[in-house]
Design a protein around this ligand. Structure first.
Ligand code: G1P
Length: 294
């Protein structure tokens, strides 16, 4: 069965991005001129998802407003004859079917996914984390869906990371079983480098079965005192094989100021309307400030 539903946990407080996130959701911070969350939503739409559940928290109203019509703005643009802009804002409001559920306590990613159980029901679904942006020819989630459709198994996006960074991720142990695919044998959330079973990190894209919900319901808190999705996957592994998939594409961690800047510069340089002037400016800056590597 094709995956039609996506769950987007967006309740996080964005502490890595304070003070910018003090009064606005981190998902609304723009990369060039588009909120980060829209890149993720567009990836899922292009992959075939037509139903979104945002697991929101306090102070996330801007997200709901963003994916809704804005009467006043649309009237204004229409009166001024700004048809292109009018179409742009109308498209965003109608691009997808969005539902919302509140995660009432910040109990972790596993708990956020658990909040989706009623909406998801008894079918496979996708989870996409807004901090991970993937730019690729074939959308990352679509690549994973192809693996899921071929195998009928849960699929998790993975990527090799520098060994010193493993403690920022869920890390898998596994054996290669095909092109870019690994059979996962174990998972551990945010291990110390000396305890990590590999350098293969879980990136924020998951295709999960509904069986994950009863596991999450009974899961004790893990690392950081939070209900961890990684711990639930470890339990799931006892019942069903899980595939790790090394997706193709560039991945940015936009939940962190440095990754956000890298994404902003690279995405700007990939745009026809910006790369000329902005590229020249960057080249000049690098020369003038002596920023070229030795
Ligand atoms: C979450 C997951 C972690 C995963 C990471 C990917 O961590 O818990 O397993 O590797 O996303 O971005 P977070 O970054 O929310 O701490």
């Amino acid at each position: 069965m094709p995956i039609k539903k996506a769950v987007l946990p967006v309740a996080g407080l964005g502490t890595r991005f304070l003070p910018a996130t003090k009064a606005q959701p981190k998902e609304m911070l723009p990369i060039v001129d588009k909120p980060t969350i829209q890149y993720v939503v567009e990836e899922a739409i292009k992959s075939g998802v037509d139903d979104f559940l945002f697991v929101t928290g306090k102070d996330k109203r801007a997200l709901e407003d963003y994916f809704d019509h804005s009467g006043e703005l649309e009237r204004h643009l229409s009166e001024k004859g700004k048809t292109e802009l009018l179409e742009l804002v109308q498209t965003i409001a109608s691009m997808c079917q969005v539902h919302y559920v509140r995660q009432k306590k910040p109990l972790g990613l596993g708990h956020a996914v658990y909040c989706a159980r009623q909406h998801v029901g008894n079918e496979y679904f996708a989870v996409l984390l807004g901090d991970d942006l993937v730019i690729s020819e074939v959308p990352c989630l679509r690549q994973m869906m192809d693996v899921h459709e071929a195998t009928g198994k849960p699929v998790i996006a993975i990527r090799r990371v520098p060994h010193q960074n493993v403690s920022s991720y869920g890390i898998i142990a596994g054996k290669p079983v095909g092109d870019r695919t690994w059979e996962i044998t174990d998972l551990v959330e945010k291990p110390k480098p000396e305890d990590a079973p590999s350098d293969l990190a879980v990136i924020g894209r998951y295709i999960l079965p509904p069986d994950i919900f009863p596991i999450l319901e009974n899961l004790p808190p893990g690392v950081g005192g939070e209900i961890q999705l990684t711990d639930a996957l470890r339990e799931l592994l006892k019942k069903t094989p899980i595939i790790g998939y090394e997706f193709e594409g560039i991945r940015y961690d936009v939940g962190d100021p440095k990754g956000f800047l890298v994404a902003t510069v690279e995405i700007a340089l990939s745009r026809d309307d910006l790369k000329g002037d902005f590229g020249k400016y960057l080249g000049r800056l690098v020369r003038e400030r002596g920023l070229l590597p030795e």
